[in-house]
Design a protein around this ligand. Sequence first.
Ligand SMILES: [Fe+2]
Ligand SMILES: [Fe+2]
Length: 478
Amino acid sequence: MKKITKKLLCVLLTAVLLSSSVLPTFAMSEFAWDFVWESADAKAGLIMFVGSDETERNFTWYTPDENTPEVTVSSDILMLDAETFTGTSEKATEGDYVNHVTIKGLEYGTTYYYKATSGDYESAVYSFTTASENEFKAVYMTDIHITDDEENPDSLCTTSFNFNNTLEDVLARESDVSLILSAGDQATEGRAAEYKSFTASPILKSIPVATTIGNHDRKGAEYKTFANLPNEYEEAMISSYVGDNYWFVKGDVLFLVADTNNASGADHYEFVKKAVEANPDVKWRVMMAHHDLYSGRIPHRESENELLRLMWAPIVDEFAIDLVLLGHSHFYTVSNVLYNNRNAAPFAPEMVDPAGTVYMVSCSINRPRTEEELGLNEEIGFDYLTMEPTYNILTCNEDSITVESYEVGAEDAFNSFTIKKTTNEGGHEYEESYFASIFNNLVRKIGTIYALFNNIGRYNDLKEDGFDVNFFDCLLGK
Ligand SMILES: [Fe+2]
Ligand SMILES: [Fe+2]
């Protein structure tokens, strides 16, 4: 009897959580999570990534065999007049086949239903709603750290549960969030099991995610096949082997996502230049990367950050990036308005046409820190110490970007600020002297040479860890 009741409950919960077109807006218990965790779609690692713009979505999932993957999508709940998109299937680095499909032609402000199929695998039917043309809400979080720990066999399930719990808190507060920004260290060891566990939340099948390569994602090689992202900068001379920079547009925002594991400054400069030139009429520019640049607090990181600032600050200034979203330190900080690597104006709850850029770092979801080992850099305008998982709701429209930062379960935001621009340029102005131009170019080129040597070290590490990698692929990071 007990067995039958449990089976019935399993069927009911799976039906409600997986086949429903309605996202859960309640906190899932650990008991309910066990059923999600054991579901076929969680095992397959089905996830929806961002597309090039709001009219596209990218999908990834894993299967034991190679088949032509398909995603069938319709604006009708009964899947009438559905359109089917096919994609590619390739051997993942750790055994399975990874399936990638892109769907196109979506309309603004519309709810769609879809299912993914490949060979014997058929997902449940999920839904998603596209944002309106000019405004949207996104959530930014970082250092989720799904962890495959041999000494703690439950760690994948527990860290994935904590991630889902955070996403549920987001939706309970703002049900119309239509983008998840994750600023790197999605995984801790960069293994396939971690990326599959990353996808377990049903919410990641209904809200697209934009991920970034963290240093922990680069410990393995799986991120390269897992992530299915748009407009990747494949022309780069040197990449870091696990993926490329990429961009996408949502509303009036150009998102530039950079791999700061890769020191190739010449490539980063060209990537940002080309992405901006391809989107001249998009008013806002938001960059996302992993390494924290300005947050301080961890002494041995400061020398690394100084080098990163030398390379990145001139690029951010020249291309008038409004906001930079970072991770890595696991400490929450928001900078003052910075230009030329210095304070241009103090941080304030409202910054109108700021003459520079605001850089922020959010805390970690599964690995919070509060030890304060080093004072904050003088560029930091606001900081907050907590052991709770935190996230940030971004409200983006033509005139402003507002960021509200929350601890999971807390009623009120612990910080919020708004950046307003009254023109496309806002307060950004860029001047580069002849000598600064020569120096900045030199720094980028030295970075590119350094990236080559760094990739040789990476090749040796991957070989030692038993990955079958080609030396020349690894040298160029392709
Ligand atoms: Fe991290
Ligand atoms: Fe990191």
